[in-house]
Design a binder for this molecule. Structure first.
Ligand SMILES: Nc1ncnc2c1ncn2[C@@H]1O[C@H](COP(=O)(O)OP(=O)(O)OP(=O)(O)O)[C@@H](O)[C@H]1O
Length: 344
């Protein structure tokens, strides 16, 4: 992957392998009060080839979700959607700044998009299975239902949900379940490019590894290009080492995570680097006395006392030896005494 630093030529990805190319991209919202366009994102440059994974990190309000929305190509659907106001954007071979009618039709099939609130946008009048199948059936009512049923079941299993949920309705599911159903829905069309805003959202800690493994499998099996937005660097690091960093609507860093965090002087990136370091090296000196005492208590329960355990093992060994000795003594006594063994 290569991420350009300016709006001109973005090297490293040849046109036939290119999956995403954003050049000096800027994005605006229409401010309804003033009627003016408010710019919320500027100077974004991305160049990704097939199968590349890019992480987009940034603080709250930095523009991650806005970028996700424009990359998804769904702009212009409703008043709350952002508008590309400068630069250019091409995703899966489609010009998203000036989309043709064909592009508008193709966008849902070629670009998968999981927004932070996609789980809430499922249709409550359709079952979970019908919701998952909807992106396909809405374009082709005659699509093979058996195939679709199998795909829905496989996807629901892949996102770690029980198959029984397929016959339920979204309003009968939890928030986390709905988000995973939306994830299955985003995957059903086998998109060429997948945009995921906060993938760990609504997924409990135990199910997260399965989710990341699923993303890795999709990426490898289909060479699906992915852009993952998250405020959490650890989530991004689980999937890729290539990032862009956004801060207050500006792209302020790009490249390999380690390199970006090592060389950048940008204050937000410095804070990110410090937070990452602190998370990696939790030293006793940085932990309060009370926390240490609580940890000691838990630690005692975890492994017990080694010396006491060794003593206990020794006591058990001696008791066993004594028992064996007593048994052989008893057997000898029986033999001498003309016990049952002498009858043979
Ligand atoms: N519908 C909208 N209309 C106007 N401005 C918006 C709209 N949605 C977002 N913005 C503005 O765009 C900027 C970026 O918002 P965005 O939701 O992309 O941030 P984010 O990085 O995803 O934050 P978070 O991590 O909190 O979700 C913010 O200043 C926000 O106020």
């Amino acid at each position: 992957m290569s991420v350009g630093t300016n709006g001109a030529v973005l090297p490293g990805v040849n046109a036939s392998q290119r999956a995403v190319l954003a050049s000096d991209l800027s994005v605006s919202y229409l401010d309804h009060a003033s009627g003016r366009e408010e710019r919320v994102l500027s100077g974004v440059n991305i160049a990704l080839g097939r199968g590349d994974i890019l992480g987009v990190v940034g603080s709250a309000g930095s523009g991650k979700s806005v970028l996700g929305r424009v990359l998804s190509g769904r702009s212009g659907r409703g008043r709350a959607w952002p508008k590309i106001s400068g630069g250019s954007l091409e995703v899966a071979g489609m010009d998203l700044r000036f989309p043709s009618r064909d592009t508008k039709r193709r966008v849902d099939l070629d670009i998968g998009y999981l927004a932070e609130n996609s789980g809430n946008e499922l249709r409550n009048d359709l079952t979970v299975a019908e919701n998952i199948a909807e992106p396909i059936l809405s374009r082709d009512r005659d699509f093979d239902r058996r195939k679709l049923g199998r795909a829905a079941a496989m996807l629901i299993d892949a996102v770690d949900l029980e198959l029984g949920i397929l016959n339920r309705f979204p309003f009968e599911c939890s928030k986390g379940q709905r988000q995973r159903i939306a994830f299955a829905q985003a995957l059903v069309v086998e998109p060429r490019v997948l945009i995921i805003d906060e993938p760990a959202q609504g997924v409990d800690l135990i199910a997260r590894p399965a989710l990341f493994t699923l993303l890795e499998r999709i990426n490898l099996a289909r060479e699906c290009t992915m852009i993952i937005m998250s405020h959490d660097l650890a989530t991004i690091e689980r999937l890729t080492s290539n990032i862009i960093v956004l801060d207050r609507g500006l792209q302020v860093g790009q490249g390999e995570i380690d390199e970006v965090l090592r060389v950048s002087e940008y204050p937000y990136i410095r804070r990110m680097a410090q937070a990452r370091e602190a998370a990696r090296t939790v030293l006793p000196g940085t932990i309060s006395k009370d926390t240490l005492a609580a940890m000691d208590l838990v630690a005692e329960g975890l492994f017990g006392d080694a010396a006491e355990e060794a003593e206990q093992r020794e006591r058990e060994r001696r008791a066993r030896e004594q028992l064996v000795a007593q048994r052989s003594e008893f057997a000898r006594f029986q033999q001498q005494d003309g016990g049952p063994h002498d009858e043979q």
